[in-house]
Write a protein that binds this ligand. Structure first.
Ligand code: 523
Length: 138
């Protein structure tokens, strides 16, 4: 029996009016430093994924998002040595405030089609493909 625990993580694709999506660079000193990711973080015990994402976006980017502005867009899984990461992606088209780097070292807005050349954590590229399909379908 595999004893690895499911470790839920949430992330956002913030989409601007030009169809570009925000990526943040993971800061030095954290695992996966320097890689470009969809912003987000761990779901805490007793928290819903949506509440966790709203909290992470406020903490990391100083933006405010309503729960009905979160649309599920895909998920990815990643086996870590001691646990099984489940990364859930939501599309966000409306928020309040201007995204500023806080925990991240830098931000960039990219078309999903241009993300393939960027170094990302292993769970994120499958999400890029799901996001592109989701945005094309809208
Ligand atoms: N990922 C990941 N991609 C991605 C995110 C937001 C997170 O692969 N877009 C992974 C990286 C870590 C785990 O999910 O293995 C937790 O993300 P992390 O460290 O950003 O979560 P935080 O922000 O909750 O962590 P602390 O700063 O330590 O609180």
């Amino acid at each position: 029996m595999n004893e690895r625990m499911i470790f839920p993580v949430v992330a956002a694709a913030l989409v601007d009016s030009a169809g570009r999506v925000l990526l943040q660079q993971r800061p030095a000193g954290k695992p996966l430093a320097g890689l470009w990711e969809f912003p987000g973080g761990k779901v805490e015990r007793g928290e819903s994924p949506e509440a966790a994402l709203i909290r992470e976006l406020a903490e990391e980017l100083e933006i405010s998002v309503a729960s009905d502005a979160l649309t599920p867009a895909g998920f990815a899984t990643e086996m870590l040595p001691d646990r099984h990461l489940l990364l859930m992606l939501y599309v966000v088209r409306e928020w309040q405030g201007e995204a500023r780097p806080h925990a991240a070292t830098a931000l960039r807005w990219e078309q999903p089609a241009d993300m393939a050349s960027l170094p990302m954590p292993p769970a994120d590229p499958p999400l890029v493909r799901q996001l592109a399909a989701c945005l094309a379908w809208d």
